[in-house]
Each structure stands twice: as structure tokens, then as C-alpha cells.
Design a protein around this ligand. Structure first.
Ligand code: ADP
Length: 364
């Protein structure tokens, strides 16, 4: 099991208390179920075959050389398995795993306990690594290169830098926005792995395995139905499976067949494409308020009274992947598929507009 490092604050040379690593928030019941469903070994990972294969090579090499794993960066939308891969690697190596998030590492001293307490060969998982402030990011460059930190003691003319050697360990970074990572940070990761949305075949396998873990029975066609309506995302598939299981218990004999799965998902207003109310509201806002676009994420977020990060990280990636929306230099544009999905008639676009747009794309 992963754990968050907690270090008691101590008095430093300057008499100032040293900051503690941020304590982990207690897991919610949903988090606890998620943990139970998480694959433990590389052989239990479904899909992402190319990624899993490259990682198995890195693992075998690290074991043979008796060295830590190289630093690895995972990117991709939420719920696709970034944390799962990190936790599988720690299980395979039998080393310690410490979890933190870029959002909770405001200052250099916030990250210090994680570095000085890292044991030989252990893994430090930094979620949302794109949120690291620049000063903290620069502070960890020498850690990633030479396993040392440069600490400045004193101030002004009396200031001197000491190099503090660290144990050799691995940093695994995860991000939903690889584009926001600075080039120097990105270059310090030896492996870059991009996680893709899962195809329905793989999701159906995950759903069947996880329903067994939840002690529920599910028919093949029900698993397929659920897979096709889970936005290509295992975390969403798990959440919808939990709902369908409860629905089957409450409204039927507990077994999940196709009829039960359909009724349960319909009741949650999850449509045939797996879109929920929020996805449809996004498309509806883009089409009705912004006349199909182009418009920016900020304007959409403000109109929907949602955080722009929610739009960018959670709503848009799957809509872009399904080509309900395209991103142009001038902003988001709804495609014909989006109009069709909402049962709306697409307005005739001016031919000249299309020509200009085509030309603009050619030159970008
Ligand atoms: P992320 O860190 O990318 O947000 P997680 O690693 O937390 O996503 O994945 C969410 C859940 O999805 C996991 O708890 C696990 O049950 C399931 N999952 C993710 N990837 C896989 C996979 N490749 N095979 C099986 N289950 C997976």
C-alpha cells in the first residue's frame, strides 16, 4: 500500500521550525473501493500494452543492475492509470512508495522531507507535477540528476551553499497537462509515457474482473454496454459499475444483465455515448450560447460556472477524442457529430468562413 510520508517539524539551524510534509487527507469510502480494484502487478494491467511492455523492460534492467528505476513521467487524462502504474512498479520492485502532489508543494521546504527521507531505490510519486512552482522545480533538478540537493545556509555575504547527498531513488511524475511542463523538467525524466483512452474491449475486461472483485455477477453483454458508456476511462467504468451493482441489488436479484445495466445507466442520465449531464451541458453551451464556437475554455467555464481546469482536464479530453469538439487557433468548435448527438440542426456555415478557416490552419 502506498503511504504519504509524515515528518515531524524540527528546529533548523536558523531556529525556524522546518515544515512538515503535508499530511494525507483521510481516504473517502470511494477511494477505499478504488484502492481495492487497483491492479497490483504488471501482469494484471489491462490495455496500454506498449507502455506496460516498456515498463517491464525498465523493471527487469533495474533489477539486474541493482539500481533504482529511471525517472518516469506519465501523462494523460484523469483516471487512465497513472497512479496505478506507479503503484504496480513499487509492488514489482518491493520498494517504498511515497505519494504527494505538485499542488501541495508550495515551497522548497515542502518537498525537502520527501527527498531526505527517500530510501534507496524507493519511488516518489508526484501527481499533478505541472503544478510545481518554478522554484521547487529547479530545486529538484540536481535531485533528479545527481541525487543531491543544494541548500543555501545563511544570508547575504555570509551565505554558502552545501550539497546534501541523497539516497538514489526514482521520481515518477504524473500530469494531465504535459504541455504545461517546462522543457528542463521534462528532459530530466528518462521515460515519457502517454496513456491513451481504453478501447471498449479492454474496458469490458476491466469491468468483468472488477465486478468479480466486488462479488457481483455481470453478463458479457452488460459488461460491453457499461464499457461503451464509460468514456474510455477505467475510473469512470469503476464508478458506473458500482452504481449498476447497487441498482441490480435494489431493483433486481443482484445479477447484472443487459437490461439492468441499461436501466441503471439511463437513470443516471448517461447516454449511449457515455456522456453525462455535464458533457451535454458543455456541448449545449458551446452550440447555443456560443453558436458552435470558436470560443475559449475560459468563456465556456465562466458561462457554465465551472472551474476552467475541470473543463480542460475532465470534460474536454474525451469530447476531443470522440471528435465532438475540435480545437482551432481561435478556440473550441462544435463538430457536426455534436449537433447530431444533441439532436440539433447544424446551421449552414458561410463557405467563405470555411475557406478562411482552412487557410488559417494550413499556415499554423
Ligand atoms: P490516474 O492516476 O491516471 O488518475 P488511476 O491510476 O487512479 O488513474 O486509475 C483509476 C482506477 O482505474 C484504478 O484504481 C484502477 O482500478 C483502474 N485502472 C486504471 N488503469 C488500469 C489498467 N490498465 N488495468 C486495470 N485497471 C485499471
Amino acid at each position: 500500500m502506498a503511504r504519504e510520508v509524515k515528518i515531524k517539524g524540527k528546529s533548523g539551524d536558523d531556529g525556524e521550525p522546518r515544515p512538515e510534509a503535508a499530511p494525507a487527507a483521510p481516504p473517502s469510502p470511494a477511494d477505499a473501493v478504488e484502492e481495492k480494484l487497483r491492479p497490483q502487478r504488471l501482469s494484471e494491467i489491462i490495455g496500454q500494452r506498449a507502455v506496460a511492455e516498456r515498463l517491464s523492460i525498465a523493471l527487469a534492467a533495474a533489477k539486474k543492475r541493482g539500481e533504482p528505476l529511471p525517472h518516469i513521467l506519465f501523462d494523460g487524462p484523469p483516471g487512465l492509470g497513472k497512479t496505478t502504474f506507479a503503484s504496480v512498479l513499487h509492488n514489482e520492485l518491493g520498494v517504498e512508495l511515497n505519494l504527494t502532489s505538485g499542488a501541495s508543494l508550495d515551497k522548497k521546504m515542502d518537498v525537502m522531507p520527501y527527498l531526505t527521507n527517500a530510501s534507496e531505490g524507493s519511488i516518489l510519486f508526484i501527481d499533478e507535477i505541472h503544478r510545481l512552482p518554478r522554484a521547487v522545480e529547479e530545486f529538484i533538478y540536481p535531485v533528479m540528476e545527481d541525487f543531491r540537493v543544494d541548500v543555501v545556509l545563511g544570508e547575504g555575504m555570509a551565505a554558502r551553499t552545501i550539497n546534501l547527498p541523497l539516497k538514489r531513488f526514482t521520481i515518477i511524475g504524473a500530469t494531465t497537462r504535459s504541455g504545461m511542463l517546462s522543457a528542463p523538467l521534462r528532459e530530466r525524466f528518462h521515460m515519457h509515457e502517454h496513456l491513451e483512452f481504453y478501447d471498449p474491449d479492454d474496458l469490458a475486461r476491466i469491468i468483468t474482473i472488477n465486478s468479480a472483485k466486488m462479488r457481483a455477477t455481470i453478463s458479457d453483454d452488460a459488461a460491453w454496454e457499461l464499457a461503451g458508456r464509460s468514456r474510455g476511462t477505467p475510473r469512470i467504468a469503476n464508478a458506473r459499475l458500482r452504481w449498476v451493482r447497487d441498482y441490480a441489488l435494489a431493483r433486481a436479484d443482484g445479477a447484472i444483465d443487459l437490461g439492468v445495466a441499461r436501466d441503471a445507466l439511463d437513470m443516471q442520465e448517461i447516454d449511449s455515448e457515455g456522456m453525462d449531464k455535464q458533457d451535454r451541458r458543455y456541448l449545449d453551451t458551446l452550440i447555443r450560447v456560443f453558436k458552435g464556437g470558436p470560443t475559449g475554455a475560459e468563456a465556456l467555464a465562466a458561462t457554465m460556472t465551472l472551474a476552467v481546469d475541470t473543463i480542460r482536464d475532465e470534460v474536454e479530453p474525451y469530447l476531443l477524442r470522440r471528435e465532438f469538439v475540435v480545437r482551432t487557433p481561435r478556440g473550441r468548435v462544435a463538430t457536426s457529430a455534436a449537433y447530431r448527438h444533441l439532436g440539433l440542426t447544424e446551421p449552414q456555415r458561410d463557405v467563405m468562413d470555411d475557406l478562411l478557416e482552412g487557410q488559417r490552419r494550413l499556415f499554423l
